[in-house]
Design a protein around this ligand. Structure first.
Ligand SMILES: [Zn+2]
Length: 130
C-alpha cells in the first residue's frame, strides 16, 4: 500500500455518512417496492395510490418498468455502500483500489462509497467504453 490508512476518527466520520446513506437507500428501495405493489394493485381500485392516474394504464406499465430500473440502480448503490462499510472495517476505506493512493476528500464527500480515485475512475470509464 502506497499510503497510510486513514485515521480512525476520519474512518468513523465516513462510516456515519455511509450508514446514513445505507438507511436512505433502504428506505428508498422499500418505498419503491411499496409503490410497485400499489401500482399493480391499482386496477383493483386501490384509492390510496396517489402516484398513478387510474385513467392511463399504459403509463402505469412504463412507470413500473422505470421503477424497477430505479430499484435496480438503488440496489447496486446499496451493495457499493455495504462494500464501502466493509472497507471501513478493514481500514482500507478512502484508498484507491487501483493505484493505492488516497481518494480525494471532495470525491468521497460526493460519493462516499467510491472505490477509485478520480484519475483511475476516468481511466476505468474510458476502458469500459472501448
Ligand atoms: Zn487511483
Amino acid at each position: 500500500m502506497a499510503v497510510e490508512r486513514l485515521p480512525d476518527d476520519v474512518l468513523k466520520q465516513y462510516e456515519d455518512v455511509l450508514l446514513k446513506e445505507r438507511e436512505d437507500s433502504l428506505m428508498l428501495i422499500s418505498s419503491m417496492n411499496e409503490s410497485q405493489k400499489k401500482g399493480s394493485k391499482n386496477s383493483s381500485g386501490d384509492s390510496s395510490s396517489y402516484a398513478f392516474h387510474q385513467a392511463d394504464q399504459g403509463t402505469d406499465t412504463a412507470e413500473l418498468e422505470k421503477q424497477a430500473h430505479l430499484i435496480d440502480i438503488e440496489s447496486k448503490k446499496l451493495k457499493s455502500i455495504n462494500e464501502a462499510l466493509k472497507r471501513v472495517h478493514n481500514k482500507t476505506y478512502g484508498i484507491c483500489e487501483i493505484c493505492g493512493e488516497y481518494i480525494q476528500n471532495a470525491r468521497l464527500k460526493i460519493i462516499p462509497y467510491a472505490r477509485f480515485c478520480v484519475g483511475c475512475k476516468s481511466k476505468e470509464e474510458k476502458r469500459k467504453k472501448k
